[in-house]
Design a protein around this ligand. Structure first.
Ligand SMILES: *Cc1c(COP(=O)(O)O)cnc(C)c1O
Length: 367
């Protein structure tokens, strides 16, 4: 008899399920033998990387035998120039997912409570559970965060609250007054993680900038990523901004070379490419309008979104529609794992990709 390794795992890990990522194009090619596939499943930037990033990576490749700068000096300097943040406030991560995990590892013990909302990003669940901490899930309001319910869920065992603004997978957003009132009401022993992965896309005037709130709230940690509007998802780089004390703690659990040399170089370079960011946002705005209009024409409901994706309500089990779309060569994201079995999330693509999705959807709805 072999050993029961499952029983040896920590209770948290025993209860975990692996993250389900968007289906890669190559995988669908292998499975169905089809070509000309479009992927609108992982909220990636459809523009392709910035020319600045490509050039920087090519240059950095020549130094690939060396370990990366474990302190990310140059990128932190560039972030200082761009956002006004001090290097002592910054923790660099292998994507912002890495930073979310560092926060959990630094602060969570078995039994500690972590609050997040229904329909929150799956990674909050994973990092909480991996630390054998207790997820306290509050009901959503209009698919978004119900801050009142979150505030009421706080106990003396609460260590962390995760809030994505805008939220993934629903695209909802919290505005400034509402968010700051909530932050003011949270006791200081509770760390609030404000995940701003999609912030660059938001154009609403009363949308809050978490970085500006940092001086006011010492228990606030803001996470940002280069994966979405900055177009570097494949390289894996993001960061947390927080007080110097919290930053010091996060850097104690960080692996010394967690961000690759290529990723550091690309992120530093892309911050100089303001034009790329502007084009990404503009493309997203137009693509969002195109999808909203197309969905209306098809009579398909959707949740108004502040991100680079839109979540549609198919008013019937969405998994078969997801499968049918795959056969049309269109990869979207089913949300059964988020307990939204009738919804699909569609990332905003290039104009022709959005068009192709709408035509494929019309086709599968007709069957
Ligand atoms: C995409 C996304 C991220 C970014 O993850 P990276 O690890 O930086 O690629 C973070 N939070 C949310 C809510 C996201 O949707």
């Amino acid at each position: 008899m072999s050993c029961d390794f499952m029983a040896l795992a920590t209770p948290g890990v025993q209860g975990l399920h692996p993250y389900e990522a968007g289906k890669p194009v190559e995988e669908l090619e292998r499975e169905l033998g089809i070509h000309d596939i479009i992927k609108l499943a992982s909220n990636e930037n459809p523009l392709g990387p910035s020319a600045y990033a490509i050039e920087a990576v090519q240059k950095a490749l020549a130094e690939a035998t060396r370990y990366p700068d474990s302190n990310g000096f140059r990128l932190k300097e560039a972030l200082h120039q761009y956002y006004g943040l001090m290097p002592e406030q910054l923790t660099l991560g292998n994507g912002s997912n890495d930073v979310l995990e560092l926060i959990a590892r630094a602060f969570l013990q078995p039994g500690d409570e972590v609050i997040f909302s229904e329909y929150a990003f799956a990674v909050y669940h994973i990092v909480t559970q991996a630390c054998s901490a207790k997820a306290v899930i509050t009901p959503a309001r209009d698919y978004g965060h119900n801050l009142q319910a979150m505030a009421e869920a706080i106990t003396e065992n609460t260590r962390l609250i995760f809030i994505a603004n805008p939220n993934n997978p629903t695209g909802t957003a919290l505005m400034r007054d509402e968010l700051t009132a909530f932050l003011a009401a949270v006791p200081e022993h509770v760390i609030v993680v404000l995940d701003e992965a999609y912030t660059e896309y938001v154009e609403a005037g009363d949308f809050p900038d978490g970085l500006e709130l940092l001086p006011q709230f010492p228990n606030l940690v803001v996470t940002r990523t280069f994966s979405k509007a900055w177009g570097l998802a494949g390289l894996r780089v993001g960061f947390a901004a927080a007080s110097t004390v919290i930053t010091d703690l996060l850097n104690r659990v960080r692996q010394p070379f967690n961000v690759s040399h290529l990723a550091l170089a690309a992120a530093e370079a892309v911050l100089d490419d303001g034009d790329y960011l502007a084009r990404s946002v503009e493309l997203n705005r137009r693509g969002m309008a195109q999808l909203e209009q197309g969905l209306k024409q098809l009579g398909v409901g959707y949740i108004p979104s502040f991100g680079n994706f839109i979540t549609v309500d198919m008013a019937r089990p969405a998994q078969p529609l997801f499968q049918a779309l795959l056969h049309e060569g269109v990869i979207v994201r089913p949300l059964g794992g988020y307990r939204m079995p009738q919804h699909l999330r569609i990332s905003i693509g290039l104009t022709n990709e959005n068009d192709r999705f709408l035509r494929a959807l019309k086709q599968v709805l007709a069957c």
